[in-house]
Design a binder for this molecule. Structure first.
Ligand code: 6GP
Length: 749
């Protein structure tokens, strides 16, 4: 049936109207139903073995357009709507973005789901359905405030399956309720994302704050995505949520496998489980326990589970490698403790690899590594660092378990959808093959004639115009589309060094006031949420917002620079920002960013990277060559050595010029508009601690960024760099990543 015909049918049945009589809300509802009806005709990939990708986060973004694209009817729907004077983009605005993740790890899981379905691989996701997700970020008095994000609205993509399980805790028992979401592949099959919720969850418990009352776990467990681990209550909530997730996962997997008639003694032939960072690690003891209920003996259950589970590490930051006090676990999940004890005792006795350490802390990653059959990092450098330093002791025990899987992104969302003009430009030159085989993008390098580059520049300019219109509409801020768009979008964390970017801007302010005139106007755009309890991260946001205001109110400065902090940065905003970027800021302290995936999205959309040799930047640099990327800063070896010798002191890097920049933070000008306590705290930290070494690289960052701004003047040569970046981005397709996971770890076919 034609799209228009089907839509007319739906609205006639639902609203007794014709399409042109419908409101945008009604059209959105009808499109949702149309999509679901079409998905019913897609088949689920089949194979003997099935993957279950368990993750506490799936940052899937809005689904309507993505589903329409993957079903191959996006253009038809657009045309049909425009024939009645409607814009698909206006309908999209009505969709709420599911708020089911923090950042990179959650977004990666979403890209993986898309690629699994596109490649026709039999793999489902399992996670949680947080009613208010992560918080909604508001700026008030130049500070971040968090409010609830009620994204779960009707009509919804979620299907109530009616399936539920019972989950026991030390002091309570709760019942779950499963909601399923279809994940449509590009012109292919459909997989399922299973989101477990609490049966009887009570949204009315949430007033303003995000506090967790443990006595109400049977009503509040899935209200928020683990918001705050700075408090004991917040940490305990996390344990509750994690166990709730994996107990449901284990029960679901065993239920499904029994339904398929599979012998649980051979579960490892039929199932593999990818543990996405340590949040789902309790799946190991839980699955062992549940297999024992099914009549499998302990030793055999351990063996089966060890051949079933594989673990991905996404960070080397110590605070993210989860450890829980033994007593906390014994209180919340006592039933797991005998099994965790056995796992601890059976593991090889090697120092530094204990599951339960001398201080009675339980190390989740240790359990994953001893009892998983594969351990992977997410970029080449990251995996090397795991092997040679962070997880060295484990690598010595199990060299064969370690492998690298450099991250990737789905090109359906991050190119076809976000940048249709660029996709058309590409297709006109090399045909449509790149949509399924991203490597074909390399053919583009040949298209570097002036006409090609002029068109490419026009596309970037139009994307910048669109972003300007969007920011004007949403934040009432006017931006200059002819300025350079220098974009840093990612979670706010000291290691990602938004503060170093800010110090550059301050340096520039001081230079301009001394008479220096930059070659080109630059708009510095930030998008970042800080964890609610991460004080210094919030101080950095505050300082950025103060500097934004100072520039805005200064007639001289605003001729040359502007700072814009985008409020409530999320997937939807990323989709508008990325196609408009000229400069991609990837300036983490070398060794700290496991991979990064924003770097890949920006490169694919023609931005040129300004970065350190960290995470996947290293691979980007190798692919594009040194003329097409701007690299600065100390190497990961140097940084790791500084930590090892504890010999980094910010004072060693403060000369008169740097001092002036730092002093600006607590200048009268700043303190008059800002909060002196926050600014002082940041100032003191940078002067005396600077744990993530912003000052170590500041000088080389300033020089490299200045060079970049200068080089931007030569439009043709800049656009050539942009073209090389687009052409070489094919390696970062998540289809490639998923093929590698499948080939080396999952072996689904
Ligand atoms: C992130 C890493 O910080 C980022 O470098 C990487 O690209 C991404 O994972 C996907 O692998 N880590 C997280 O978001 C996180 O929560 C526990 O790690």
């Amino acid at each position: 049936m034609q799209v228009s015909e089907q839509l007319e049918h739906i609205v006639a049945a639902q609203f007794e109207k014709t399409l042109d009589q419908c409101s945008n809300e009604e059209i959105y509802g009808a499109l949702l139903q149309l999509t679901k009806e079409r998905i019913c005709h897609c088949s689920h990939p089949q194979s003997q073995r099935k993957l279950y990708y368990i993750s506490a986060e799936f940052l899937i973004g809005k689904l309507l357009s993505n589903n329409l694209i993957n079903l191959g009817i996006y253009e038809d729907v657009k045309t049909c709507l425009s024939s009645i004077g409607k814009q698909l983009s206006d309908i999209e605005e009505l969709e709420y973005e599911p708020s089911l993740g923090n950042g990179g790890l959650g977004r990666l899981a979403a890209c993986f789901m898309d690629s699994l379905a596109t490649l026709g691989l039999n793999g489902d996701g399992i996670g949680l359905n947080y009613h208010f997700g992560l918080f909604h970020q508001l700026f008030k008095n130049l500070k971040q405030y968090e409010t609830k994000d009620p994204w779960l609205k009707k009509p919804s993509w979620l299907e109530d399956t009616g399936i539920s399980f019972s989950v026991e805790f030390g002091h309570s028992r709760v019942t779950s309720h499963l909601y399923d979401l279809d994940v449509v592949g590009y012109e292919s099959g459909v997989n399922t994302l299973h989101l477990f919720d609490l049966d009887g969850v009570d949204e009315s418990l949430v007033k303003e704050g995000i506090d967790f009352d443990e006595s109400l776990v049977d009503r509040n467990l899935t209200l928020f995505l683990y918001p705050d681990d700075s408090t004991e209550a917040g940490r305990r909530l996390r344990v509750y949520q994690e166990y709730f997730m994996v107990s449901n996962a284990a029960q679901y997997i065993l239920w499904e496998q029994k339904k398929l008639g599979h012998d649980l003694h051979h579960l490892d032939q039929y199932v593999c489980i990818q543990i996405n960072d340590t949040h789902p690690s309790m799946i190991i003891p839980e699955l062992i326990r549940r297999l024992m209920f099914e009549g499998v003996r302990l030793k055999e259950a351990i063996k089966i589970v060890s051949h079933t589970c594989a673990y991905t590490n996404h960070t080397i930051l110590a605070e993210a490698l989860e450890t829980w006090p033994y007593d906390t676990l014994a209180d919340i999940v006592p039933q797991l403790m005998p099994i965790i004890e056995v796992l601890h005792m059976l593991a090889p006795p090697k120092a530094g690899t204990e599951i339960i350490d001398d201080q009675q802390n339980v190390h989740m990653a240790s359990m994953d590594i001893h009892y998983g059959y594969s351990i992977n990092g997410v970029a080449a450098l990251h995996t090397e660092i795991l092997k040679t330093s962070e997880l060295k002791n484990f690598y010595e025990l199990y060299p064969d378990k370690f492998n690298n899987k450099t991250n990737g992104i789905t090109f359906r969302r991050w190119l076809l959808y976000t940048n249709p003009d660029l996709s058309a430009w590409i297709e006109k030159r090399i045909g449509p093959g790149f949509k399924k085989n991203a490597d074909e993008l390399t053919k583009l390098v040949a298209f570097d004639q002036t006409e090609d580059l002029t068109e490419l520049k026009a596309i970037k300019d139009a994307n910048k115009q669109r972003l300007c219109a969007y920011i004007e509409k949403t934040q009432d801020i006017h931006m200059d589309p002819n300025s350079i768009f220098d974009i840093q979008i990612k979670r706010l964390h000291e290691y990602k060094r938004q503060q170093m970017n800010l110090l550059y801007i301050i340096w520039l302010i001081e230079q301009i006031r001394k008479g220096y005139r930059p070659n080109h106007k630059v708009t510095f755009i930030f998008g970042a949420k800080a964890a609610p309890a991460y004080i210094l991260a919030k101080d950095i946001i505050h300082a950025i917002l103060c500097v934004e205001t100072i520039i805005e109110q200064d007639d001289l400065l605003k001729q040359y620079i502007q700072v814009v902090m985008v409020e409530n940065y999320n997937v939807t905003k990323a989709e508008k920002l990325i196609p408009a970027a000229d400069i991609s800021e990837q300036i983490s302290l070398a060794s700290k960013e496991a991979s990064g995936t924003g770097n890949m999205k920006l490169m694919l959309n023609g931005a040129v990277t300004l970065g350190t040799m960290d995470g996947a930047n290293v691979e980007i640099a190798n692919l594009v060559g040194k003329d097409n990327i701007y690299i600065f800063g100390q190497s990961s070896e140097t940084v790791i050595a500084h930590y090892a010798h504890a010999d980094y002191h910010p004072q060693d890097y403060i000369d008169a010029e740097v001092k002036a920049v730092l002093d600006f933070l607590i200048s009268d000008e700043m303190v008059t508009i800002g909060d002196a306590t926050c600014l002082q705290r940041l100032y003191q930290d940078l002067n005396h601690k600077d744990w993530f070494m912003a000052l170590l690289d500041l000088k080389s960052y300033i020089a490299t960024k200045n060079q970049m701004i200068k080089d931007y003047q030569d439009t043709e040569s800049w656009m050539k760099k942009s073209l090389v970046n687009i052409s070489m981005a094919g390696f970062f397709s998540s289809d490639r990543t998923i093929e590698q996971y499948n080939h080396d770890i999952w072996k689904l076919d």
